[in-house]
Design a protein around this ligand. Sequence first.
Ligand SMILES: CC(C)(COP(=O)(O)OP(=O)(O)OC[C@H]1O[C@@H](n2cnc3c(N)ncnc32)[C@H](O)[C@@H]1OP(=O)(O)O)[C@@H](O)C(=O)NCCC(=O)NCCS
Length: 339
Amino acid sequence: MSETSSHERSATPAMAPSAGSAAPVIVPMHVEDLAAADRILRLSFGTELRLPDPMQFRGDSGLVLNRFQMYPEASFVARVEGVIAGFGVASQWGRVGLIGPVCVDPAFWNRGIARALLRELVDAIDRWGCTAAGLFTNPLSPRHLRLYQSFGFWPRGLTVVLARAAAPLPRATLPWSRYRGTTSGAAAPDPTRLLAEASRFTGGICPGLDLRREMRGVIDHGHGEVLALHEAGLLTGLAICHVGAASEGGSRNLFVKYGQVAADERSAERLTDLVHACAAVARDHGAERVVLGMVTSRHAAYRHLIDMGFRSEFQGVRMHRPWGELEDGESQWVIDDWR
Ligand SMILES: CC(C)(COP(=O)(O)OP(=O)(O)OC[C@H]1O[C@@H](n2cnc3c(N)ncnc32)[C@H](O)[C@@H]1OP(=O)(O)O)[C@@H](O)C(=O)NCCC(=O)NCCS
Protein backbone atom coordinates (compact mmCIF):
# COMPACT_ATOMS: atom_id res chain seq x y z
CA MET A 1 0.00 0.00 0.00
CA SER A 2 3.04 2.23 0.37
CA GLU A 3 3.44 4.81 -2.35
CA THR A 4 6.08 7.08 -0.80
CA SER A 5 7.54 6.81 2.66
CA SER A 6 7.80 10.55 3.08
CA HIS A 7 6.51 12.16 6.24
CA GLU A 8 5.85 15.22 4.19
CA ARG A 9 3.55 13.71 1.65
CA SER A 10 1.33 15.62 -0.77
CA ALA A 11 -1.95 14.49 -2.31
CA THR A 12 -1.49 12.61 -5.58
CA PRO A 13 -1.95 14.62 -8.77
CA ALA A 14 -5.18 12.72 -9.52
CA MET A 15 -6.73 14.12 -6.35
CA ALA A 16 -5.09 17.52 -6.55
CA PRO A 17 -7.13 20.33 -5.04
CA SER A 18 -9.08 22.71 -7.18
CA ALA A 19 -7.34 25.57 -8.98
CA GLY A 20 -5.94 28.27 -6.77
CA SER A 21 -5.56 26.09 -3.67
CA ALA A 22 -2.39 24.45 -2.46
CA ALA A 23 -1.94 20.69 -2.08
CA PRO A 24 -2.11 19.30 1.46
CA VAL A 25 1.08 18.20 3.14
CA ILE A 26 0.77 15.34 5.64
CA VAL A 27 3.07 15.62 8.67
CA PRO A 28 3.30 13.98 12.11
CA MET A 29 1.01 15.53 14.73
CA HIS A 30 2.62 17.58 17.51
CA VAL A 31 1.32 18.64 20.92
CA GLU A 32 0.65 22.15 19.66
CA ASP A 33 -1.69 20.72 16.94
CA LEU A 34 -4.05 19.06 19.45
CA ALA A 35 -6.46 21.97 19.90
CA ALA A 36 -6.86 22.43 16.15
CA ALA A 37 -7.39 18.69 15.65
CA ASP A 38 -9.98 18.58 18.44
CA ARG A 39 -11.85 21.47 16.82
CA ILE A 40 -11.83 19.69 13.44
CA LEU A 41 -13.09 16.45 15.02
CA ARG A 42 -16.16 18.24 16.41
CA LEU A 43 -16.76 20.51 13.44
CA SER A 44 -16.44 17.77 10.80
CA PHE A 45 -18.60 15.14 12.49
CA GLY A 46 -21.03 17.77 13.80
CA THR A 47 -21.42 19.11 10.25
CA GLU A 48 -21.71 15.61 8.76
CA LEU A 49 -24.43 14.80 11.31
CA ARG A 50 -26.10 18.19 10.76
CA LEU A 51 -26.05 19.09 14.46
CA PRO A 52 -27.53 22.54 15.21
CA ASP A 53 -24.20 23.44 16.85
CA PRO A 54 -21.57 21.16 15.29
CA MET A 55 -19.04 22.04 18.00
CA GLN A 56 -21.22 20.25 20.55
CA PHE A 57 -20.36 16.88 18.96
CA ARG A 58 -19.16 14.44 21.69
CA GLY A 59 -19.88 16.90 24.52
CA ASP A 60 -17.00 17.09 26.99
CA SER A 61 -15.42 13.82 25.86
CA GLY A 62 -12.07 13.91 24.14
CA LEU A 63 -10.35 11.64 21.69
CA VAL A 64 -7.48 13.35 19.94
CA LEU A 65 -5.31 13.73 23.05
CA ASN A 66 -5.85 10.07 24.10
CA ARG A 67 -4.94 8.70 20.71
CA PHE A 68 -1.95 11.00 20.32
CA GLN A 69 -0.65 9.96 23.74
CA MET A 70 -1.06 6.27 22.90
CA TYR A 71 0.01 6.29 19.25
CA PRO A 72 2.11 9.38 18.48
CA GLU A 73 3.81 7.57 15.57
CA ALA A 74 0.42 7.09 13.88
CA SER A 75 -1.08 10.57 14.43
CA PHE A 76 -0.92 12.93 11.46
CA VAL A 77 -2.20 16.32 10.43
CA ALA A 78 -2.82 17.68 6.96
CA ARG A 79 -1.58 21.21 6.43
CA VAL A 80 -2.67 23.47 3.58
CA GLU A 81 -0.52 26.59 3.30
CA GLY A 82 0.40 26.14 6.96
CA VAL A 83 -3.19 25.79 8.19
CA ILE A 84 -4.29 22.50 9.78
CA ALA A 85 -7.08 21.26 7.50
CA GLY A 86 -7.50 17.72 8.80
CA PHE A 87 -6.04 14.95 10.89
CA GLY A 88 -6.05 11.17 11.10
CA VAL A 89 -4.98 8.60 13.67
CA ALA A 90 -4.44 4.85 13.76
CA SER A 91 -4.32 2.45 16.72
CA GLN A 92 -2.36 -0.74 17.26
CA TRP A 93 -4.13 -3.65 18.90
CA GLY A 94 -1.23 -6.06 18.45
CA ARG A 95 -1.35 -7.49 14.96
CA VAL A 96 -4.66 -5.70 14.35
CA GLY A 97 -4.41 -2.09 13.18
CA LEU A 98 -7.37 0.25 13.37
CA ILE A 99 -7.81 3.36 11.26
CA GLY A 100 -9.67 6.41 12.44
CA PRO A 101 -10.99 8.82 12.96
CA VAL A 102 -10.07 10.68 9.79
CA CYS A 103 -11.48 14.20 9.88
CA VAL A 104 -11.26 17.14 7.51
CA ASP A 105 -12.37 20.69 8.20
CA PRO A 106 -15.55 21.17 6.08
CA ALA A 107 -13.96 24.24 4.48
CA PHE A 108 -11.48 21.82 2.86
CA TRP A 109 -13.79 18.90 1.92
CA ASN A 110 -13.53 17.24 -1.49
CA ARG A 111 -9.92 18.26 -2.09
CA GLY A 112 -8.31 14.85 -1.57
CA ILE A 113 -7.19 15.51 2.00
CA ALA A 114 -8.81 12.39 3.50
CA ARG A 115 -7.20 10.29 0.79
CA ALA A 116 -3.78 11.78 1.54
CA LEU A 117 -4.23 11.11 5.28
CA LEU A 118 -5.38 7.54 4.62
CA ARG A 119 -2.28 6.74 2.59
CA GLU A 120 -0.15 7.76 5.58
CA LEU A 121 -2.31 5.85 8.09
CA VAL A 122 -2.28 2.64 6.06
CA ASP A 123 1.51 2.93 5.84
CA ALA A 124 1.69 3.38 9.64
CA ILE A 125 -0.27 0.16 10.13
CA ASP A 126 1.97 -1.65 7.67
CA ARG A 127 5.05 -0.37 9.53
CA TRP A 128 3.65 -1.94 12.72
CA GLY A 129 3.54 -5.25 10.84
CA CYS A 130 -0.22 -5.64 11.34
CA THR A 131 -1.67 -8.53 9.38
CA ALA A 132 -5.26 -7.31 9.67
CA ALA A 133 -6.83 -3.87 9.78
CA GLY A 134 -10.26 -2.45 10.36
CA LEU A 135 -12.33 0.67 10.77
CA PHE A 136 -15.82 1.85 11.71
CA THR A 137 -17.66 4.24 9.43
CA ASN A 138 -21.00 5.62 8.31
CA PRO A 139 -23.02 2.81 6.69
CA LEU A 140 -25.38 5.29 5.02
CA SER A 141 -22.70 7.09 3.01
CA PRO A 142 -21.76 5.40 -0.28
CA ARG A 143 -18.86 7.85 -0.61
CA HIS A 144 -17.38 6.85 2.73
CA LEU A 145 -17.54 3.20 1.66
CA ARG A 146 -15.97 4.02 -1.69
CA LEU A 147 -13.18 6.00 -0.05
CA TYR A 148 -12.21 3.13 2.25
CA GLN A 149 -12.76 0.42 -0.35
CA SER A 150 -10.21 2.13 -2.54
CA PHE A 151 -7.67 1.38 0.25
CA GLY A 152 -8.65 -2.29 0.46
CA PHE A 153 -11.19 -2.09 3.31
CA TRP A 154 -14.48 -3.91 2.61
CA PRO A 155 -17.79 -3.86 4.54
CA ARG A 156 -18.12 -6.84 6.86
CA GLY A 157 -21.07 -6.21 9.15
CA LEU A 158 -22.88 -3.88 11.50
CA THR A 159 -21.62 -2.62 14.82
CA VAL A 160 -24.25 -1.09 17.10
CA VAL A 161 -23.37 1.40 19.78
CA LEU A 162 -25.53 0.53 22.79
CA ALA A 163 -26.23 2.44 26.00
CA ARG A 164 -28.13 2.03 29.24
CA ALA A 165 -28.37 3.82 32.56
CA ALA A 166 -25.69 2.85 35.08
CA ALA A 167 -28.31 2.74 37.83
CA PRO A 168 -30.07 0.80 39.11
CA LEU A 169 -27.89 -2.23 38.47
CA PRO A 170 -26.92 -4.74 41.14
CA ARG A 171 -23.41 -5.54 42.35
CA ALA A 172 -21.26 -8.00 40.43
CA THR A 173 -21.17 -11.42 42.09
CA LEU A 174 -17.81 -12.62 40.71
CA PRO A 175 -14.68 -11.07 42.27
CA TRP A 176 -13.38 -8.23 40.14
CA SER A 177 -10.52 -5.82 40.46
CA ARG A 178 -9.84 -2.38 39.03
CA TYR A 179 -6.66 -0.77 37.77
CA ARG A 180 -6.20 2.95 37.33
CA GLY A 181 -3.52 5.55 37.55
CA THR A 182 -3.33 7.83 40.52
CA THR A 183 -2.62 11.52 40.60
CA SER A 184 -2.81 11.75 44.39
CA GLY A 185 0.45 9.92 45.09
CA ALA A 186 -1.48 7.04 46.68
CA ALA A 187 -0.35 3.53 45.72
CA ALA A 188 -2.16 2.17 42.66
CA PRO A 189 -2.40 -1.57 41.90
CA ASP A 190 0.48 -2.74 39.72
CA PRO A 191 -0.95 -3.81 36.34
CA THR A 192 2.15 -5.74 35.19
CA ARG A 193 0.66 -9.19 35.77
CA LEU A 194 -2.71 -8.19 34.36
CA LEU A 195 -1.08 -6.86 31.19
CA ALA A 196 0.61 -10.20 30.54
CA GLU A 197 -2.55 -12.18 31.33
CA ALA A 198 -4.65 -9.86 29.16
CA SER A 199 -2.50 -10.32 26.10
CA ARG A 200 -2.88 -14.11 26.41
CA PHE A 201 -6.62 -13.71 27.01
CA THR A 202 -7.29 -11.49 23.96
CA GLY A 203 -4.88 -13.55 21.84
CA GLY A 204 -7.01 -16.58 22.68
CA ILE A 205 -9.86 -15.35 20.49
CA CYS A 206 -7.71 -13.89 17.74
CA PRO A 207 -4.01 -14.77 17.53
CA GLY A 208 -1.93 -11.62 18.03
CA LEU A 209 -4.82 -9.43 19.25
CA ASP A 210 -3.18 -7.43 22.02
CA LEU A 211 -4.60 -4.38 23.77
CA ARG A 212 -1.73 -3.65 26.15
CA ARG A 213 -1.12 -0.22 24.61
CA GLU A 214 -4.79 0.66 25.16
CA MET A 215 -4.68 -0.58 28.75
CA ARG A 216 -1.48 1.30 29.54
CA GLY A 217 -2.88 4.41 27.91
CA VAL A 218 -5.97 4.42 30.12
CA ILE A 219 -4.05 3.63 33.30
CA ASP A 220 -1.01 5.86 32.73
CA HIS A 221 -2.88 8.91 31.47
CA GLY A 222 -5.83 8.69 33.87
CA HIS A 223 -8.54 8.40 31.20
CA GLY A 224 -10.44 5.64 33.03
CA GLU A 225 -9.99 2.22 34.55
CA VAL A 226 -9.28 -1.34 33.50
CA LEU A 227 -11.49 -3.97 35.14
CA ALA A 228 -10.65 -7.66 35.48
CA LEU A 229 -12.71 -10.69 36.52
CA HIS A 230 -10.82 -13.67 37.89
CA GLU A 231 -12.09 -17.19 38.55
CA ALA A 232 -9.83 -19.76 40.21
CA GLY A 233 -6.89 -17.45 39.59
CA LEU A 234 -7.59 -17.18 35.86
CA LEU A 235 -8.57 -14.02 34.00
CA THR A 236 -12.10 -14.60 32.65
CA GLY A 237 -13.25 -11.04 32.03
CA LEU A 238 -11.67 -7.75 30.95
CA ALA A 239 -13.05 -4.25 30.36
CA ILE A 240 -11.04 -1.20 29.25
CA CYS A 241 -13.19 1.71 30.38
CA HIS A 242 -12.92 5.40 29.49
CA VAL A 243 -14.69 7.77 31.86
CA GLY A 244 -14.37 11.40 32.89
CA ALA A 245 -14.14 14.73 31.09
CA ALA A 246 -11.63 14.62 28.20
CA SER A 247 -11.69 10.81 28.15
CA GLU A 248 -13.40 9.00 25.27
CA GLY A 249 -16.45 8.52 27.52
CA GLY A 250 -16.79 12.07 28.79
CA SER A 251 -18.16 12.90 32.22
CA ARG A 252 -21.65 11.55 31.46
CA ASN A 253 -20.71 8.13 30.07
CA LEU A 254 -18.50 5.24 30.96
CA PHE A 255 -17.40 3.98 27.54
CA VAL A 256 -16.23 0.36 27.33
CA LYS A 257 -13.56 0.61 24.66
CA TYR A 258 -12.94 -3.13 24.76
CA GLY A 259 -14.50 -5.92 26.79
CA GLN A 260 -14.21 -9.69 26.69
CA VAL A 261 -15.40 -12.61 28.77
CA ALA A 262 -14.28 -16.22 28.48
CA ALA A 263 -16.46 -18.19 26.06
CA ASP A 264 -18.17 -21.25 27.58
CA GLU A 265 -21.52 -22.10 29.15
CA ARG A 266 -21.00 -19.35 31.78
CA SER A 267 -20.32 -16.50 29.35
CA ALA A 268 -23.70 -14.83 29.86
CA GLU A 269 -23.23 -14.77 33.64
CA ARG A 270 -19.76 -13.27 33.24
CA LEU A 271 -20.96 -10.62 30.80
CA THR A 272 -23.69 -9.66 33.25
CA ASP A 273 -21.11 -9.28 36.00
CA LEU A 274 -18.71 -7.35 33.82
CA VAL A 275 -21.48 -4.87 32.95
CA HIS A 276 -22.45 -4.60 36.63
CA ALA A 277 -18.82 -3.87 37.52
CA CYS A 278 -18.65 -1.21 34.75
CA ALA A 279 -21.86 0.36 36.08
CA ALA A 280 -20.42 0.52 39.61
CA VAL A 281 -17.28 2.25 38.30
CA ALA A 282 -19.45 4.62 36.24
CA ARG A 283 -21.36 5.60 39.37
CA ASP A 284 -18.11 6.11 41.31
CA HIS A 285 -17.06 8.63 38.65
CA GLY A 286 -20.47 10.34 38.64
CA ALA A 287 -21.27 9.03 35.13
CA GLU A 288 -24.89 8.21 34.36
CA ARG A 289 -24.58 5.69 31.57
CA VAL A 290 -22.63 2.71 30.27
CA VAL A 291 -21.92 2.90 26.52
CA LEU A 292 -20.41 0.09 24.47
CA GLY A 293 -20.19 -1.30 20.96
CA MET A 294 -21.33 -4.72 19.83
CA VAL A 295 -20.94 -6.47 16.49
CA THR A 296 -24.34 -7.89 15.55
CA SER A 297 -22.84 -11.18 14.33
CA ARG A 298 -21.80 -11.88 17.94
CA HIS A 299 -25.39 -12.84 18.28
CA ALA A 300 -25.50 -14.37 21.75
CA ALA A 301 -23.63 -11.49 23.39
CA TYR A 302 -25.66 -8.91 21.44
CA ARG A 303 -28.98 -10.41 22.52
CA HIS A 304 -27.76 -10.72 26.09
CA LEU A 305 -27.01 -6.97 26.24
CA ILE A 306 -30.43 -6.15 24.78
CA ASP A 307 -31.98 -8.37 27.46
CA MET A 308 -29.97 -6.38 30.05
CA GLY A 309 -31.70 -3.19 28.92
CA PHE A 310 -29.12 -1.79 26.49
CA ARG A 311 -30.63 0.14 23.58
CA SER A 312 -29.09 1.09 20.25
CA GLU A 313 -27.95 4.70 19.89
CA PHE A 314 -26.59 4.44 16.35
CA GLN A 315 -24.74 1.99 14.17
CA GLY A 316 -21.74 1.85 11.94
CA VAL A 317 -20.34 -0.51 9.37
CA ARG A 318 -17.20 -2.45 10.20
CA MET A 319 -14.78 -2.59 7.30
CA HIS A 320 -11.96 -5.15 7.15
CA ARG A 321 -8.66 -5.32 5.28
CA PRO A 322 -8.23 -8.01 4.09
CA TRP A 323 -11.85 -9.05 4.19
CA GLY A 324 -11.57 -12.61 5.51
CA GLU A 325 -8.75 -12.24 8.05
CA LEU A 326 -10.62 -11.42 11.27
CA GLU A 327 -13.48 -13.44 12.78
CA ASP A 328 -16.54 -11.72 14.25
CA GLY A 329 -18.11 -15.03 15.17
CA GLU A 330 -21.14 -16.01 17.18
CA SER A 331 -18.90 -17.64 19.81
CA GLN A 332 -17.05 -14.39 20.65
CA TRP A 333 -18.15 -12.63 23.80
CA VAL A 334 -16.41 -9.42 22.92
CA ILE A 335 -17.34 -5.74 23.21
CA ASP A 336 -15.73 -3.24 20.84
CA ASP A 337 -16.72 -0.80 18.15
CA TRP A 338 -13.43 0.34 16.58
CA ARG A 339 -14.44 4.03 16.67
C1 LIG B 1 -15.30 11.87 5.17
C2 LIG B 1 -14.26 12.98 5.11
C3 LIG B 1 -13.06 12.58 6.00
C4 LIG B 1 -13.80 13.10 3.66
O1 LIG B 1 -12.76 14.08 3.62
P1 LIG B 1 -12.32 14.78 2.25
O2 LIG B 1 -10.96 15.33 2.43
O3 LIG B 1 -13.39 15.69 1.82
O4 LIG B 1 -12.29 13.51 1.29
P2 LIG B 1 -11.50 13.45 -0.08
O5 LIG B 1 -11.54 14.78 -0.75
O6 LIG B 1 -10.16 12.83 0.15
O7 LIG B 1 -12.42 12.51 -0.87
C5 LIG B 1 -12.52 11.16 -0.61
C6 LIG B 1 -13.87 10.72 -1.03
O8 LIG B 1 -14.81 11.14 -0.03
C7 LIG B 1 -15.85 11.85 -0.63
N1 LIG B 1 -16.30 12.83 0.35
C8 LIG B 1 -15.75 14.00 0.62
N2 LIG B 1 -16.47 14.63 1.57
C9 LIG B 1 -17.50 13.82 1.89
C10 LIG B 1 -18.59 13.91 2.80
N3 LIG B 1 -18.79 14.96 3.57
N4 LIG B 1 -19.44 12.87 2.86
C11 LIG B 1 -19.27 11.79 2.11
N5 LIG B 1 -18.26 11.67 1.24
C12 LIG B 1 -17.38 12.67 1.12
C13 LIG B 1 -15.24 12.44 -1.88
O9 LIG B 1 -16.26 12.70 -2.85
C14 LIG B 1 -14.33 11.34 -2.33
O10 LIG B 1 -15.03 10.33 -2.99
P3 LIG B 1 -14.71 9.98 -4.51
O11 LIG B 1 -13.22 10.10 -4.66
O12 LIG B 1 -15.20 8.60 -4.66
O13 LIG B 1 -15.47 11.02 -5.24
C15 LIG B 1 -14.81 14.34 5.58
O14 LIG B 1 -16.02 14.59 4.91
C16 LIG B 1 -15.08 14.42 7.07
O15 LIG B 1 -14.22 14.85 7.84
N6 LIG B 1 -16.30 13.99 7.50
C17 LIG B 1 -16.64 13.96 8.92
C18 LIG B 1 -15.87 12.91 9.67
C19 LIG B 1 -16.03 11.53 9.01
O16 LIG B 1 -17.11 11.11 8.63
N7 LIG B 1 -14.90 10.81 8.95
C20 LIG B 1 -14.88 9.48 8.37
C21 LIG B 1 -15.35 8.44 9.30
S1 LIG B 1 -14.12 8.02 10.52
